[in-house]
Design a protein around this ligand. Structure first.
Ligand code: PAF
Length: 276
């Protein structure tokens, strides 16, 4: 496994490697969810690049950025064990030699859900992902469905920029408890780890009630389930069309997906489940 910090060195090396190239963009603190992205890329491509970069400009909350787990040595060992070909772990200066100025407009897509609670977040994601795309020039790029809105926005980015990159969404990987894997889970206390799987139970409840009850009744049942646990501070529970993130009022309006964002202590968790 080759590890590069500099764009020039990475590009020089990649120019001698076999195509197609798969890119797995990450912020490190890797878990099985990331490894599943890597495995999918390895299956589809001759060369897989995993990037590890905690992108400062996508954190709307400085505390969240400071507390984001950084475990590079451990990540490199894991990636080597899973036969990753190339790791790109640049510094902030390497990605942003000057303060970035780009501004993307994804219309409705980045105003709702996460966009409504994390202003600027998706612009920061789009800036870094576009830069990684320009650096690595992958044929395919892999994103987890846990960040469902991010996946939809990246697809839109590729369309807007006319990039010849196939965006592949990989299913959520869960702990045996049902808790969706996330680097932020590392910050949950023992007690919070006991409660966090209730998010999955609430999503599953929605799955069972979908099409039998109205959309509003299903949302209310999910909220009622979560609010039994006083530690949750819900930001949103929404059922939207999985293709365009538009709010649904009727089950026949499209393919429904339920998305939840909630605080648990000082950790913000998101999760979702397709209801079709
Ligand atoms: O999903 C993530 O980990 C990040 O948002 C990404 C795509 C690596 C961009 O920094």
């Amino acid at each position: 496994m080759k590890v590069f910090e500099k764009v020039k060195d990475l590009q020089e090396y990649l120019s001698g490697q076999k195509n197609p190239i798969g890119l797995v963009p990450t912020m490190g603190a890797l878990h099985q969810g990331h490894l599943s992205l890597l495995q999918n890329s390895k299956k589809d491509n001759a060369t897989t690049v995993v990037s590890i970069f905690v992108n400062p400009i996508q954190f709307n909350d400085k505390k969240d950025f400071d507390k984001y787990p950084r475990l590079l040595d451990n990540d490199l060992k894991l990636l080597d064990n899973y036969n990753c070909d190339v790791v790109f772990a640049p510094s902030v200066e390497e990605i942003y030699p000057e303060p970035p100025q780009e501004s993307y407009d994804f219309g409705y897509l980045d105003k709702v859900l996460e966009g409504a609670f994390r202003p600027g977040h998706f612009n920061g994601v789009a800036i870094v992902v576009n830069r990684l795309f320009n650096i690595v020039k992958p044929d395919r790029a892999y994103f987890g469905k846990k960040d469902y809105q991010q996946y939809i926005i990246i697809k839109q980015l590729v369309k807007q920029q006319n990039l010849p990159i196939e965006i592949i969404a990989v299913p959520i990987v869960r702990e045996p408890s049902g808790l969706a894997m996330s680097s932020r889970n590392l910050r949950l206390s023992e007690n919070e780890l006991q409660i966090a799987p209730e998010i999955y139970k609430a999503l599953y409840l929605a799955k069972n009630l979908a099409y039998k009850k109205s959309i509003n009744e299903v949302k209310q049942a999910v909220i009622d389930h979560l609010t039994q646990f006083l530690d949750f501070k819900i930001e949103y529970v929404e059922i939207v069309n999985a293709d365009n993130l538009k709010t649904m009022n009727d089950w026949n309006e499209g393919k429904p997906i339920i998305l939840i964002a909630t605080w648990l202590g000082d950790v913000r968790l998101i999760d979702n489940m397709e209801l079709f």
